[in-house]
Design a protein around this ligand. Structure first.
Ligand code: B4P
Length: 189
C-alpha cells in the first residue's frame, strides 16, 4: 500500500492528475478542497467557517484541517493506497500527517510536486472560473492564493526533500505526458 502526496500551487493540476492516478491504480483519493466544498454545499457549520477563508484566498486553520484530514483518512477503505491532494499545505500539516500515519504504522512514500509557472497558473484558474462557479477562481483571489502558496506552502518542498521523498515533475504540457512522468515515479516505489 502506498501513500502519496500530490503537491503543487493552486491550479497546478493536483485534482486533474489525481483522477487519472485513481483510474490507473485504484488508489483512494483525499482532496481537502473537495471535502471543504462538499461541506460548504451542505451548509454545515464547518462549511460556513471554511467558506470565509476560501473565498478570501486564505488557508483554513491548521488545527481544524488536521482533524478533518484524520477523520477522512480513517473512513477510507485503503486498499491500493491513498493520494493526499491539497494536504499538507503548511509545515504543521506535514508534521501532523507524518505523526498520524506513524501512529497507524505507515508513512508517506512519495511527494510528487507538479511545478508550473505562476503566469500559467493564473491563466488556468481564470479559465476554470468561467465554468467552475468557484468563488475563489477570480483574478484577485487567485493572486492572493498564489502569494499564500509561496509564503506558506512552497517551504514544504524543502521539508520533503529533507525526508528524501521529494519528486519534482513538470506540471505543464499534455495531461498524458504529465501522468506518464508521475507513473514513472510511482512504479519505481
Ligand atoms: P483545492 O481544491 O486543493 O484546489 P486548487 O489548488 O485550486 O486546484 P488543483 O491543483 O487541484 O487544480 P486542478 O486540477 O483543478 O483548494 C481550494 C481551497 O481550499 C484552497 O485555496 C484553501 O482555501 C482550501 N484548502 C484546501 N486544502 C487545504 C489545506 N490542506 N489547508 C488549508 N486550506 C485548504 O487544475 C486547475 C485547472 O487547470 C483546471 O481547469 C484544469 O482543467 C487545468 N489543467 C490541469 N492540468 C492542465 C494542463 N496540463 N494543461 C492545461 N490545463 C490544465
Amino acid at each position: 500500500m502506498k501513500n502519496l502526496v500530490i503537491f503543487g500551487a493552486p491550479g497546478s493540476g493536483k485534482g486533474t492528475q489525481s483522477d487519472l492516478l485513481v483510474q490507473k491504480y485504484g488508489f483512494d483519493h483525499i482532496s481537502t478542497g473537495d471535502v471543504l466544498r462538499a461541506e460548504i454545499k451542505a451548509g454545515t457549520e464547518l462549511g460556513n467557517t471554511a467558506k470565509q477563508y476560501i473565498d478570501n484566498g486564505q488557508l483554513i486553520p491548521d488545527a481544524l484541517m488536521i482533524d478533518i484530514l484524520a477523520a477522512t483518512y480513517d473512513a477510507l477503505p485503503k486498499t491500493q493506497g491513498v493520494i493526499f491532494d491539497g494536504f499538507p499545505r503548511t509545515i504543521p500539516q506535514a508534521d501532523a500527517l507524518k505523526a498520524m500515519l506513524a501512529e497507524r504504522g505507515t508513512a508517506v512514500h512519495a511527494m510528487l510536486e507538479l511545478s508550473v509557472p505562476d503566469e500559467m497558473l493564473m491563466e488556468r484558474l481564470i479559465n476554470r472560473g468561467k465554468t467552475s462557479g468557484r468563488a475563489d477562481d477570480n483574478e484577485e483571489t487567485i493572486a492572493k492564493r498564489l502569494s499564500v502558496y509561496h509564503a506558506q506552502t512552497a517551504p514544504l518542498v524543502e521539508w520533503y526533500a529533507q525526508e528524501g521523498i521529494h519528486n519534482p515533475v513538470q506540471g505543464y504540457g499534455s495531461l498524458e505526458d504529465i501522468n506518464a512522468n508521475l507513473c514513472v515515479v510511482i512504479d519505481a516505489l
